[in-house]
Design a protein around this ligand. Structure first.
Ligand SMILES: Nc1ncnc2c1ncn2[C@@H]1O[C@H](COP(=O)(O)OP(=O)(O)OP(=O)(O)O)[C@@H](O)[C@H]1O
Length: 357
């Protein structure tokens, strides 16, 4: 198994709690409905991710020019960066329709065989969380991707036989937060792999200004910059914070989405100027004030903030480590100088781990 990329360890499948959290990359069903209206529909509306966008546009244009289907596409990256959106765009650019499924939705290889055998020629099959496909379904998929064929098993035991069923050519688009977990034979069937990275604040401002236009709420440039800087490099979070600022402006403000409204709304929702929320801050505060900056074990730290260790590890820690507020050492979690400074605290002299940076 190849080594996981650094962010893959941090951004596994979103735990259930993520959907309830304003600054998480994950989303729930209600959230998804609100997001649908803000999705870019074509490649030239898709903000940022210049490298992937250029590469993908070449793959698609070349296929269109040849009049054939493009290679299968694998999209990897943390939640909320636009993998589903890109899959929809691929179908739109190819002028075909999109069929959507996901690794966890396919319990048996037969479920996948049913989806595959109902595909129309040239259709795009989007498989979200492809790393969570069961092994037999995975094996069925890579035969289908390579040879456009599924082997339908008839009968049981010694009398079982496989009847090959031809499939029309289709395009598989897989999305994963953990490309390193895909077995090599499956990964190799994707002719093009695009890795999505966190967005810059400038790019998030563009996402926000575009979304505010679609929502028909005027957003000032300063407010866009303020929301962008608290959005953890993630368009999904940026759009979600925008909707909360819009709520505040409608209910408590004068309807305008300006800097004052953005700051006031994000204060109500406890999203601080660098995008940390209450859980993030309570983890850092406990680490600094109760454990002298660490090192402290995950379980002890989690008990101190009244959370499950898994919640601290998967929900708060990835962003805190990525942004340099927390370190993971063999002896436990440590606060960095940036954490002390962010909380307005002075690190005690000589405390081990406190000046970890
Ligand atoms: N490049 C972009 N430009 C504009 N909006 C974007 C962009 N990328 C994502 N978004 C917005 O962010 C939201 C989340 O994107 P999307 O659902 O595609 O993410 P995802 O990577 O598939 O997440 P998950 O892995 O959780 O399914 C969408 O509603 C979309 O409007």
């Amino acid at each position: 198994m190849p080594e996981a990329l650094p962010w893959e360890e941090e951004y596994g499948a979103a735990p259930a709690t993520l959907g309830e959290r304003l600054v998480s990359g994950g989303s729930d069903a209600v959230e998804r409905a609100a997001e649908a209206a803000l999705r870019p529909r074509r490649l030239d509306e898709f903000v940022g991710q210049q490298v992937v966008r250029n590469q993908l546009s070449l793959v698609l244009d070349a296929a269109l020019a040849r009049g054939t289907s493009p290679d299968h596409v694998l999209l990897s990256g943390p939640p909320g960066l636009g993998k589903t959106t890109l899959a929809m765009i691929i179908a739109a650019e190819l002028g075909t329709s999109l069929r959507v499924t996901s690794g966890p939705a396919i319990a048996h290889a037969g479920d996948l065989a049913a989806v595959l055998s109902s595909l129309e020629e040239g259709e795009v099959l989007f498989i979200d969380e492809i790393h969570r496909l069961a092994r037999p379904a995975e094996e069925l998929l890579y035969v289908a991707m390579e040879d456009f064929r599924v082997d339908v098993v008839v009968g049981k035991g010694a009398g079982a036989s496989a009847i090959p069923l031809s499939l029309p050519p289709f395009v598989a688009v897989g999305a994963t937060t953990r490309a390193g977990l895909l077995p090599a034979p499956l990964r190799d069937r994707f002719g093009f792999t695009g890795h999505l990275d966190f967005y810059s604040n400038d790019e998030l401002e563009k996402v926000l200004l575009r979304s505010s236009g679609l929502l028909d709420v005027p957003l000032t440039a300063e407010a866009a910059a303020e929301i962008a800087s608290r959005s953890r490099g993630t368009p999904r979070i940026a759009n979600r914070l925008l909707r909360r600022v819009r709520d505040w402006a409608q209910v408590r403000g004068d309807g305008r989405l300006d800097l004052a409204a953005a700051r006031a709304a994000l204060e109500v929702y406890e999203v601080d100027p660098v995008g940390l929320d209450r859980l993030d801050r309570s983890v850092l505060t406990a680490l600094c004030t109760r454990f002298g900056g660490g090192p402290v074990g995950l379980t002890t730290l989690a008990v101190a903030v009244g959370e499950e260790p898994e919640t601290v590890e998967t929900v708060a820690e990835p962003f805190l480590v990525r942004e340099g507020y927390m370190g993971r050492t063999p002896r436990g979690r440590v606060a960095t100088r940036a954490a002390w400074e962010h909380l307005g605290l002075t690190p005690p002299d000589g405390a081990s781990g406190t000046l970890w940076s």
